[in-house]
Structure formats: structure tokens, C-alpha cells
Design a protein around this ligand. Structure first.
Ligand code: C5P
Length: 236
């Protein structure tokens, strides 16, 4: 089985991130670099992680005019990342431009294109908050609408919450890769993630990749925490 764990490097410095990468590279499928680490440490941290031969998911959630997003996606592709995110709410033209930039830039480099993932509705937005910004005040329907738009625009993957997997699997092409945060191994007590699922349950519902941050990176022994999750996934 391919290792589905993407460890979220939600730390403020390159040193801390690289320490985690050294410990975790043998037991994780890749590393998520988000806004905090990228803003603090810059593209060099992505090059350093890639230099260790580990996969990188660059989670900067691009959302701008199509030309600007295409240029940002091309720059991320040249950095050698395997996955990156754009907001599906940026619209069809923006999504098409992002996918095209990933494919064209990768082809120029003789590499496979990174997976451009659409982010639908941030899980921090509830129905009331959606209404306030002029969207359909129903998160489930808004997620489905944006997921369909992203898929029709040619995106090959989405980020979604654990509780959206089943519905998206029913209504979208099965080849679509689903990347799922909000994962909590049964042994970890609650933090600010409310709607969580265990790694096993998320895969059983149809997740392809699991984004796991604090349960691994904030554990006393991150490597042991990741190994424990892998063992749970492998056990019958
Ligand atoms: O520490 P934890 O496992 O909650 O980290 C999850 C990661 O996934 C964080 O980097 C967080 O920003 C991201 N994320 C999330 N929920 C979403 C989208 C992204 O937790 N809906």
C-alpha cells in the first residue's frame, strides 16, 4: 500500500520543519508546507525538503485572477512540488488556468504535473457565514457545487472535510483524488478540530490522502506516532 500520510509541517522555522522531515521521511508519504512555514522560510524550505527526496504538498490556497494564479502555479511546479491548492471559488477560468499551467510547466521540465487540488468551502465557514458573503447558505450544497465546478474545469483532486467524502464519492468521477485534513487517531484527545475521523475510517470512505498535523508533529515522539498510525492502517 502507498503511504497515505501527509504530515502538516505547521511550524514557524525551517530548522523545526527539517528536523521533523528527517525524523518522519521514512514513515510518511509527504509533507504539507502551509502559509505559516512558507511565509517564514520561503521557497528554500520546499527545495530543502525536495532535496531529501520527500514529496511536498504546497498548501498556499491560491485565489486571484487566472493570469496571476497560472504564474503562481507555474512557479510552484518549478519548485518541484507534488501537490498544491487553489480556491475553487476563484471560478472556472482560474481553475482551468491553474491546471493548464501545472501541465505545461511540468511538460517543459519533463516531469509529471503536480496534482492541483481545489479547496471548496473552508471548514471554518458555517451556513450563516456563507450567507454573509453572498453564497448559498448551506455548506453541503456549496461544497458540492464547487467540487463539481473544479472537476469540470479539469482539476484532478480536491481537499475536503472527512464528512464530505461519502457524498463527493457518490457524485464525482472516481479518479478524483481526495485529500482529507481533520484526521484524528482514536487515541488523541480533542483540540480545535471538531468534525474528525480516524485514519482508517477516512480511507474506508474513499480518501486518497490524509493530512495529519498535530497528532504526529506535536507528539512527544513524532516518528512513533506516525508508525502507530501506519500499523493501525495495515492491521486487518
Ligand atoms: O494539526 P491538524 O491535524 O489539525 O492539522 C491539519 C492541517 O490541515 C492544518 O495544516 C490545517 O491548516 C489544514 N486544514 C484543516 N482543515 C481544513 C483545511 C485544512 O485542518 N478544512
Amino acid at each position: 500500500m502507498r503511504n497515505p500520510i501527509l504530515a502538516a509541517l505547521d511550524v514557524p522555522t525551517a530548522d523545526e520543519a527539517l528536523r521533523l522531515v528527517r525524523q518522519l521521511a521514512p514513515v510518511c508519504g509527504g509533507f504539507k508546507v502551509g502559509s505559516e512555514l512558507f511565509t517564514a522560510a520561503g521557497p528554500g524550505i520546499v527545495r530543502q525538503i525536495r532535496g531529501q527526496n520527500a514529496a511536498v504538498f504546497l498548501d498556499l490556497k491560491f485565489h486571484d485572477i487566472p493570469h496571476t494564479v497560472a504564474r503562481a502555479v507555474a512557479a510552484a511546479t518549478r519548485l518541484g512540488v507534488q501537490m498544491l491548492t487553489v480556491h475553487a471559488g476563484g471560478g472556472r477560468s482560474m481553475l482551468q488556468a491553474a491546471e493548464q499551467a501545472a501541465r505545461e510547466t511540468a511538460a517543459q521540465m519533463g516531469q509529471p504535473p503536480p496534482l492541483v487540488l481545489g479547496v471548496t468551502v473552508l471548514t471554518s465557514l458555517d451556513d450563516e457565514a456563507l450567507g454573509q458573503i453572498g453564497c448559498e447558505p448551506h455548506a453541503g450544497r456549496q461544497v458540492l457545487r464547487l467540487a463539481q465546478l473544479a472537476s469540470q474545469a479539469g482539476l484532478r483532486g480536491l481537499v475536503c472535510s472527512p464528512h464530505e467524502i461519502t457524498e463527493l464519492r457518490q457524485s464525482l468521477p472516481s479518479a478524483l483524488q481526495l485529500v482529507i485534513p481533520g484526521i484524528r487517531p482514536g487515541t488523541v484527545a480533542g483540540d480545535d478540530q471538531k468534525r474528525t475521523l480516524t485514519p482508517r475510517a477516512a480511507l474506508a470512505r474513499g480518501a486518497n490522502w490524509l493530512v495529519i498535523g498535530r497528532p504526529i508533529c506535536a507528539a512527544p515522539n513524532p516518528r512513533a506516532a506516525a508508525e502507530q498510525i501506519l500499523n493501525d492502517l495495515a492491521s486487518p
